[in-house]
Write a protein that binds this ligand. Sequence first.
Ligand code: ATP
Ligand code: MG
Length: 155
Amino acid sequence: MAPAERRWRSALAATTTLPDQVTTSSPAETEAAGETLGKRLRVGDVVLLTGELGAGKTTFVRGVTRGAGSSAPVASPTFQLVRVYPGHVQLAHVDLYRIENVSELADLGLEELAGEGAVVVEWGDRLQVPGSALIEIEHLGGDRRLIRTNRDLSH
Ligand SMILES: Nc1ncnc2c1ncn2[C@@H]1O[C@H](COP(=O)(O)OP(=O)(O)OP(=O)(O)O)[C@@H](O)[C@H]1O
Ligand SMILES: [Mg+2]
């Protein structure tokens, strides 16, 4: 493993309380799933989120942030790539939607953020992070969403 990768803890432990897949029927239920994860996050955990526009990624992060111990309101980091929330573990909320090139990714300081706390990344399938967990949110129509957890990212 390259030295740069060593700061990343496998997010495996944090995701064990999430079922492989769960269907939610409201934003509150998606937040609750996120909160369960947030409670378990530790320094170095990196969670990648994927799902189409409006799938519920930010809604999920709202719960993760609460679970991580922050009562701050969570908005989409539309014009900022990263927002950092202090809690029992610091949580960095990253949104890669507007990222245009690889050099911006390098500027993110992901390693430093993972050194200080946990990191949750919207449009995270644009990144390859060894040991991370990938959570996919799928729009099932109406208010229903399917949340799938993939804990076995070996890339
Ligand atoms: N079961 C559900 N889970 C999550 N969000 C839901 C659910 N039902 C309805 N919604 C609504 O869907 C929208 C999801 O928006 P949200 O900003 O969380 O999505 P997103 O994936 O972050 O979008 P973007 O790609 O623009 O960042 C919100 O308006 C939310 O209230
Ligand atoms: Mg979002």
